[in-house]
Every structure is written in structure tokens, then in C-alpha cells.
Design a protein around this ligand. Structure first.
Ligand code: HMG
Length: 302
């Protein structure tokens, strides 16, 4: 299989990366991170969530963050909205895309959004319609497409079932998410292949957490089946509050370095991206969770 010549990265660092942070992260820092990401060439950024502040307090400043961004016309700003209440709050902040988020595992659906898979689709349907009516793009994140912290291994058929439900209510594109990072290349490819029975290749993205250190090789495995859209987090930030122990997404810096080495275009300036990762890591008082970033920083220090 010829690999894609170009890859589109959606940095979810400001949302997935920060949502699980226990320490308060000021809205101004989140806004600065978005600015640094767009300056580094990211033109899709997942900024925040419109969810219950009791469940995810770190995202409570969602409207303030969205208002603070100096928007660039070529950048798509997306936000998570699990229901109409979230969508109505988000609509005021003018996102370019909203993301509804379901799971291939019943148990994770209950833990994460307090409803069954079927109920989640009923909840998403009016959100999707309202977004499309308002000219806003709609993406569906599919959690636990390889493994679930509560149910263990998830069969590809369950991913296909969820993808079919999302397609049936008009969700335009979907993310195949390995939420707890247990995936390995063939399993990730099987989850993607199940999704491709309902969505075209251009409408499927990979979203790989790196808990077991497999995210980069899973990204390559997804590339080998033609996927060319991926979510990643600057500095390897992140982890879902409802997947205990799940660490961050694959670091955007590590993906960009790998793709550039393979001659695959991303449009991203790696040094500026590393600087963005250093900025947010300093704000959080820790090292970037990106091996490429650490290697480059060591080299710069020599
Ligand atoms: C989804 C709900 C809200 C349902 O929660 P619920 O309890 O079923 O909702 P409810 O309608 O019964 O309302 C309960 C309370 O929440 C409020 N509420 C209700 N909806 C909203 C809203 N949209 N925004 C703000 N507030 C909201 C509502 O007003 C009420 O407030 P109270 O009367 O108790 O003061 C809740 O379960 C929730 O917020 N869960 C958090 C989900 C979440 O953010 N998880 C992390 C993101 S998903 C993820 O990280 C995975 C992903 C996408 O990255 C991919 C992957 O790696 O797998």
C-alpha cells in the first residue's frame, strides 16, 4: 500500500491534553497554547469541552478560552458537546466543528457520559441536526475501539456497530480512539477496517493514547491502511478522567518527526511545535512527554 503523501494532524492537547489536569490551568495559558499551536502550523485544534463542570472542572472555562483565541481563517477550532445543553453553550462561542463522543463499550459509555450507547446516539441526534442546521461540522469520537478499562478487549464488530449508528444520524467523520492505549498494529487496523464499512477513508481518523508505548507504531499501522487524519497532543499531554491510568495521546512532536522522516507532508514547523510543548510543560511544572522534544532540547543545550 502506498502511504499517504500528506497527513492532517488535529492537536487535541488543549482539550484531551488538559482535561485531566488536577492543578488549575488558567484560561490565558490555554489560549496561549492554542496560539502557539496555530503559529506552529496546526490548522485543526480541539480547544475545549462543553460538559458538566462537576465531571470535568478543568474545562469549565470553555467559553472564556474560546473567546480569547485570535482566530486564524485557515484554522478549524473544534469543541466537545455531548448533548444539546453543551451544544447551545458552545454555539455562542462559534466553533467550526463540534464533537460528540460515544464508546464501543457499554461500560465506558456509562462511566464517561452516564448513558448507554443507544441512549448516547439518541442524545447526539438533535445535536448533530442543530449543528448541521447552523452550518457547523460534526465529528464523532469513538472511545474504547480496541480495549476498555472495564470490559477489556473490544471486538471490531462493536466498533463497526457504533460507527454505523454514528453514520445513521449524520455524523460526518469519526475518530477511532484507542482510549487506554492497549492497541497494537493489527488490532488497530481491524478497528479501522470495521469503521471503513460505514465511513470513507477521508472521514476516519486515528486517536491513539500512548499508555503502552504503542501509539506511534499504531499510527504507522493506520497509515498503512490509508488513514491520513490523526489526533495527537502536543507534549504528549492528556488522558481521559474516566479511563484510570490512561496517559496522554501520542505526542504531536513525535508524530511530526516520524512523518517528516518518511517524507510525508504535515505543514507543521517542528521547532515551533517543540517550543509550544515546552511552554505548556513549563506551565504544568513538568517535562514534555515527547522523546523527540527531549532529544532536540538536549541537542539545543549542548
Ligand atoms: C455528559 C454529561 C453532561 C451527562 O451527565 P448527566 O448527569 O447524564 O446529565 P444531566 O442532564 O442529568 O445533568 C446533570 C448535571 O450536569 C449538567 N449538565 C448536563 N450537560 C451539561 C453540559 N453539556 N455542560 C454543562 N453542564 C451540563 C446539568 O445542568 C446538571 O447540572 P446540575 O443540575 O447537577 O447542577 C456528563 O456525563 C459529563 O459531563 N461527562 C463528562 C464527559 C467527558 O468530558 N469525558 C472526557 C471527554 S471524552 C474523552 O476524553 C475520550 C476522547 C474523546 O478523548 C476519545 C478517547 O480517547 O476515547
Amino acid at each position: 500500500m502506498n502511504l499517504p503523501r500528506r497527513v492532517k494532524l488535529i492537536d487535541v492537547g488543549p482539550r484531551d491534553g488538559l482535561q485531566n489536569e488536577k492543578q488549575p490551568v488558567p484560561a490565558a495559558v490555554k489560549v496561549e497554547l492554542v496560539h502557539r499551536l496555530q503559529d506552529a502550523g496546526l490548522n485543526e485544534i480541539e480547544v475545549t469541552s462543553f460538559v458538566s463542570p462537576k465531571w470535568v472542572p478543568q474545562m469549565a472555562d470553555n467559553a472564556e478560552v474560546m473567546a480569547g483565541i485570535h482566530r486564524q481563517p485557515d484554522v478549524r477550532y473544534s469543541v466537545l458537546t455531548p448533548n444539546l445543553q453543551g451544544f447551545e453553550a458552545a454555539l455562542k462561542t462559534k466553533p467550526d466543528e463540534i464533537v460528540v463522543f460515544g464508546a464501543a463499550s457499554e461500560a465506558f459509555s456509562q462511566k464517561n457520559i452516564n448513558c448507554s450507547i443507544e441512549e448516547s446516539i439518541e442524545r447526539f441526534a438533535p445535536v448533530v441536526k442543530a449543528a448541521r442546521d447552523a452550518g457547523i461540522a460534526v465529528r464523532g469520537a469513538m472511545s474504547c475501539t480496541v480495549g476498555c478499562p472495564y470490559e477489556g478487549e473490544i471486538a471490531p464488530e462493536r466498533v463497526g456497530y457504533l460507527a454505523g449508528l454514528m453514520k445513521s444520524i449524520g455524523i460526518q467523520r469519526v475518530d477511532v480512539a484507542d482510549t487506554i492505549g492497549v492497541g497494537t498494529p493489527r488490532k488497530v487496523q481491524a478497528a479501522i477496517e470495521a469503521t471503513l464499512r460505514h465511513y470513507a477513508l477521508n472521514d476516519v481518523s486515528g486517536h491513539f493514547h500512548d499508555t503502552y508505548g504503542q501509539a506511534l507504531v499504531n499510527t504507522l499501522a493506520a497509515l498503512q491502511v490509508g488513514v491520513w487524519n490523526f489526533q495527537s497532543s502536543v507534549a504528549g499531554l492528556g488522558g481521559c478522567p474516566y479511563a484510570k491510568g490512561a496517559t496522554g495521546n501520542v505526542a504531536t512532536e513525535d508524530v511530526v518527526y516520524m512523518l517528516q522522516g518518511m517524507g510525508i507532508e504535515t505543514g507543521i514547523h517542528l521547532d515551533k511545535l517543540i517550543d509550544a510543548g515546552v511552554f505548556i510543560s513549563n506551565a504544568l511544572g513538568r517535562q514534555p512527554n515527547s522523546l523527540v522534544s527531549r532529544a532536540v532540547l538536549n541537542k539545543r543545550a549542548v
